[in-house]
Design a protein around this ligand. Structure first.
Ligand code: F6P
Length: 559
């Protein structure tokens, strides 16, 4: 594969509302009367037709709120806005990140070593595997104890310092792959500039056996650099007898695209792993940003994770639209968000190990698709980016499922479960994983088919409370299952949602790969700093509400 020279200018986005398909979908929405009970009864082939395989994932979309007409119109919409054309442009390295004039090539991070992809004159597969090998060599040396701290002791704890995409991916995957970690080697994560994070994360650690990985694409992020300095001071205070330069060399490594800034911070360039501007922060788990994970689970398992990502990429690249799972899920999300009024989307893993997965997806989906202008600067004419949220089942069942079952809002939900548990426990003769999965199966059934007033009455319910006990059903879900939560399956899941996000972004015509919306707050924080510290001129430059809030702070700060 290679990017066609001169083919880098982004094609103008199509206004989706101007397409024939959009008009058709609007017509269908106006008279839409979902009836999952009726649809299932009348159509014995529905489950088979709406269930698709993507790598090791089995994705059942039969409990979605779609009929054949809606599906046909959604696929026509994808065709009219050019989803597959833009997918191919992304995969071959065209500059689809228009506002930053960059290629978007997280998919290149998981290409096998013998693949070839030349972008802007550079063989990116070669570069990717060169760094990967260095990360693997480093991780092996930490795991086998040959990398020691400055006092000669083996490393017992690796602390990743990063935020956003330089934290959420590694921490999510570290939790998800708990069953694959090396015993006696722990990873911790510091992200927040709230000093509590560094203080509590470092508590109880021995500097002599602790290694820090400073992860920052830009190496300019205030939170990460502040935390890195706090950790350096903590390390040097704890290793007062050691030579400071040697201590930093043995206890600090860095991951960044800005290797010059890494050197300025005092980290030996030999201990730095690079990546490239064509990897977005929220798409960077499988770059060197995943180094803490490689240390935790080992290069072999990390390679399986990458192979899982690649398997889903291949599904997305090669499968016809009607059976292309990320594309279908993305289109369904558009249907829900733009035609059925859904404002949020729940992701509900029936796996405690995926407890950080919804948080990870929040950055992936909302930083990508929370945009109000298209990639050519024109304003969008539809709603974009739903609010993604979630918690593992069954905990959520006892907290917020009430609203999903009986509330007035449409909340499409993805349910995720695995046939094999990571930890197989029995309660007497009862297989606890089966108890757990019974809830997974029951919830999507209840949401889809509900419970009628007649069914409630038939249970002898007092007439006065019948309405409160009715479940309307027709609440859309997707059920995603896989044999087990292996590294490969985790990679497939993440890539699935990357491509779902991409599909939605193309329909809306937005640049899913920039994040200008985070800039203003960062800039204002810099300006407000002096005002808090007592600079009266800076204080006067603030608005009245902010001045009053700062005054409250000054009055109540006890030191
Ligand atoms: O502020 C948002 C953001 O730029 C994210 O996109 C990114 O993942 C995060 O900050 C961290 O950035 P960096 O890796 O450059 O420190």
């Amino acid at each position: 594969m290679s990017a066609a020279p001169g083919n880098d200018a982004p094609v103008a986005p199509v206004d989706p509302t101007s397409t024939r398909a959009w008009g058709r979908l609007q017509e269908l929405a106006d008279r839409f009367s979902p009836d999952l009970r009726g649809w299932f009864e009348a159509d014995p082939g529905r489950v088979e037709r709406l269930t698709h395989e993507a790598a090791d994932l089995r994705v059942d979309l039969s409990k979605s709120l779609v009929d054949a007409d809606v599906l046909e119109a959604l696929l026509a919409l994808a065709e009219e806005v050019g989803v597959t054309r833009r997918r191919d442009a992304m995969l071959t390295g065209e500059h689809v990140n228009a506002t930053e004039d960059r290629a978007v090539l997280h998919t290149a991070l998981r290409l096998p070593a013998d693949a070839r992809l030349e972008v802007d004159g550079q063989d990116v597969v070669h570069d990717v595997h060169e760094v990967l090998e260095r990360v693997y060599t480093f991780a092996r040396s930490v795991r086998d104890g040959s990398w020691t701290g400055v006092t000669g002791q083996q490393i017992r704890t690796v602390v990743n310092i990063g935020i956003g995409g330089s934290d959420l991916g590694p921490v999510m995957a570290y939790e998800a792959l708990a069953a694959y970690r090396q015993e006696g080697l722990e990873c911790r994560f510091i992200s927040n500039i709230d000093p509590t994070d560094a203080a509590t994360t470092l508590a109880g650690l021995d500097p002599a056996t602790t290694l820090f990985i400073v992860s920052s694409k830009t190496f300019g992020t205030l939170e990460t650099l502040t935390n890195a300095r706090l950790c350096k001071a903590w390390l040097l205070a704890g290793l007062a007898d050691a030579d400071a330069e040697e201590a930093v060399a043995q206890h600090f490594v860095a991951v960044s695209t800005a290797l010059d800034k890494v050197a300025d911070f005092g980290i030996d360039p030999d201990n730095a792993f690079g990546f490239w501007d064509w990897v977005g922060g929220r798409y960077s788990l499988d770059s060197a940003i995943g180094t803490s994970l490689v240390v935790a689970v080992g290069p072999e398992r990390f390679a399986e994770l990458l192979a899982g990502f690649h398997a889903m990429d291949e599904h997305f690249r090669t499968t016809e639209p009607a059976a292309n799972v990320p594309l279908l899920m993305g289109l369904l999300n558009v249907w829900y968000a733009n035609f059925l009024g859904a404002e949020s989307h729940a992701v509900l893993p029936y796996s405690q190990l995926l407890h950080r997965f919804p948080a990870y997806l929040q950055q992936l989906t909302m930083e990508s698709n929370g945009k109000g202008v298209r990639w050519d600067g024109s304003p969008v004419t539809t709603d974009t980016g739903e609010i993604f949220w979630g918690e593992p089942g069954t905990n959520g069942q006892h907290a917020f499922y009430q609203l999903i079952h009986q509330g007035t809002r449409v909340v499409p939900a993805d349910f995720i479960a695995f046939a094999d548990p990571a930890y197989d426990l029995k309660d007497g003769d009862t297989d606890v994983h089966e108890l757990f999965l019974a809830n997974f199966f029951a919830q999507t059934r209840a949401l889809a088919f509900g419970k009628t007033a007649e069914e409630v009455r038939a249970e002898g319910t007092d007439e006065a409370v019948v309405p409160a006990r009715v479940f309307t059903g027709n609440r859309p879900t997707a059920s995603i299952m896989a044999p087990a939560l292996t590294p490969s399956v985790l990679g497939q899941l993440v890539a699935l949602y990357e491509h779902v996000t991409f599909t939605q972004g193309v329909v809306w015509g937005i640049d899913s790969f920039d994040q200008w919306g985070v800039e203003l707050g960062k800039k204002l924080a810099q300006e407000v700093g002096p005002a808090i510290a007592g600079d009266e001129e800076a204080l006067a430059a603030q608005d009245a509400s902010t001045r009053a809030l700062i005054a409250y702070y000054r009055e109540h700060r006890s030191r």
